[in-house]
Design a binder for this molecule. Structure first.
Ligand code: AMP
Length: 519
């Protein structure tokens, strides 16, 4: 067992070294010199955790009690600290606070001033040594002589750095590269990029795409291994205790465990209509008197992926095969509505059907793609119903090619007090004759011309459709419209009636009223 004092020395060195590479070297060297049994614990401590993230135990305290006396004895080892933390976590029920403090005092009595300081930081969850999870992962890769790529991949599958470290120390680079998916260890969910329309989807998926309803609920990952069932949210919080009805479905109605399923859950009112997301969150947070809420707020489940069936990892298999496995595990129940399309017309019809049924849109998945935990790309695309805002044209770029001679790329702005704030550009939506007309109209409003962009008095209002509002690092407004296109020229509106930046900000926030940051 390594001395805990070694970690104290390392932390001091790290504090004195601003250089990232040097920090990395120090951590890798430290890990390499540790006995194998201490590496996982050391990684947890180094990243400010009493327990690894996938360990459900928690200390239940954020700071240490005061102690004066220092008891003479053998030096404190990693294992001593780990077992003291375990004992503190296990202490529950009435009087737990005093018992926890007592246990911590016993630990502190054996610790030097330097050790106490580092223990306090671990308990407080903040090491202040500049060792981020990313740096720790690189150090683990270095320790094992593995590539950062295989360490990252292992981290995604194992779900926590300590597990990666333990695997690296026992099996080296080869073990990291072959890190298994395990029931009971949540994987980061695969995410989607936004697409403009069905044509873009079909092009990205080489002519064939699986479209599914995009349900407006919350993401869940359901694991079963024998009798053990667990449910995680998109952010990998464990909500098993709050969802006994989902647990029961997993036990009674789904077959072929061990399995891992990916899906969306919706809360329903007693009449079976979907409830707002906030209501669903009440369900997720409830840990006492859960049964009452289960009765008052039943859930609807829609699974759309299967990451493990029959104990076999499927994440490297193509979507199509995973869907077959999903159909087998669920017996065809609780599945997302879906269709595989090869032509845009059929795709648009399905999209229209999704919107009519009250859903957010559709998800489009490349039938040949593997499941990439935590990945966001074109293999999964989302198509959402367009929204519109009213923007003012504040400038226009000269067109090129077929649009030569026209002012054809319009800078769109929203109202910000007396001024106008840019939120996007578009050359989409106008017919040729509208381009010609708009060009002469804008020349009449021109205030400056740098040979490429013509600035104009903010007078022309246009209705602009977009699929998403994003945070923008480039526009001072901080917001940008994704896939903006002009849907109407609003001659009935003056610039004073354009959408305000505040309203756009509210629309941006509304996008998260449903999901994302809240979960
Ligand atoms: P967004 O949050 O807008 O990026 O959309 C992605 C989210 O849509 C996922 O994280 C899921 O929670 C949700 N979703 C609903 N239906 C599906 C589906 N059929 N496939 C994948 N994700 C879905």
């Amino acid at each position: 067992m390594a001395d805990f004092a070694g970690l104290v020395t390392l932390c001091h060195k790290l504090e004195e070294t601003p250089a990232r590479l040097e920090k990395l070297r120090l951590v890798a060297e430290f890990l390499r010199a540790l006995p194998a049994a201490d590496v996982a614990t050391a990684v947890a401590f180094l990243t400010g955790r009493a327990f690894p993230p996938s360990d459900p135990r928690a200390l239940g305290v954020r700071w240490l009690p005061a102690v004066d006396e220092l008891t003479a004895g053998p030096p404190l080892g990693f294992g001593d600290v780990a077992s003291a933390f375990a004992a503190v976590a296990e202490t529950q029920g009435p009087g737990a606070r005093q018992s926890k403090e007592h246990l911590l005092r016993q630990l502190l009595a054996r610790a030097s001033a330097g050790e106490r300081e580092i223990l306090a930081r671990i308990v407080g969850g903040e090491m202040r040594t500049g060792v981020s999870d990313g740096l720790a992962l690189e150090a683990i890769a270095q320790m094992a002589g593995a590539s950062i790529g295989s360490a990252r991949r292992a981290a995604l599958r194992l779900g926590d750095l300590s597990a990666v470290a333990a695997l690296a120390v026992t099996g080296g680079a080869a073990a990291l590269a072959a890190a298994p998916v395990r029931p009971g260890v949540p994987l980061l969910p695969m995410l989607a990029e936004i697409a403009a329309d069905v044509d873009e989807v079909l092009a990205a998926h080489r002519g064939r795409s699986a479209l599914e309803f995009k349900y407006d609920g919350a993401r869940i990952q359901l694991h079963r291994d024998g009798d053990r069932v667990a449910v995680w949210t998109r952010r990998l919080s464990d909500v098993t205790r709050s969802l006994p009805d989902v647990v029961e479905i997993a036990r009674e109605h789904l077959g072929r465990a061990p399995f891992i399923l990916d899906g969306e859950v919706l809360a329903l009112d007693p009449a079976g209509r979907p409830l707002p997301f906030q209501e669903l969150m009440r369900r997720f947070r409830r840990v006492h008197r859960v049964d009452e809420l289960v009765r008052a707020m039943p859930l609807a489940l829609y699974f759309f992926d299967c990451l493990m069936a029959d104990g076999r990892s499927l994440i490297d298999e193509p979507y199509e095969l995973r869907w077959e496995a999903l159909a087998a595990v669920t017996g065809g129940r609780y599945l997302a509505e879906r269709v595989v399309v090869t032509d845009a017309e059929a795709g648009r019809a399905f999209f229209a059907r999704a919107l009519e049924a009250g859903h957010e849109g559709v998800m489009a998945k490349d039938p040949r793609s593997p499941y990439e935990p935590g990945g966001r790309g074109k293999r999964w695309l989302k198509l959402k119903a367009a929204e519109t805002v009213d923007c003012v044209i504040v400038a226009a770029d000269r067109g090129s090619g077929r649009r030569r001679g026209w002012l054809s790329n319009y800078h769109l702005a929203v109202r910000d007090g007396e001024a106008f704030a840019d939120v996007g550009k578009t050359f989409k939506g106008l017919t040729d004759s509208q381009f010609a007309e708009m060009t002469s109209r804008l020349w009449g409003l021109a205030t400056a011309d740098d040979g490429y962009t013509v600035r104009v008095r903010p007078e022309v209002v246009v209705e602009v459709a977009y699929n998403e509002i994003q945070k923008s690092p480039t526009y001072p407004s901080g917001l940008a419209l994704r896939f903006a296109r002009i849907t109407r020229i609003r001659d009935d509106k003056g610039p004073g009636q354009a959408t305000t930046l505040a309203a756009l900000g509210a629309l941006y926030e509304q996008q998260f009223a449903t999901k994302g940051r809240a979960v």
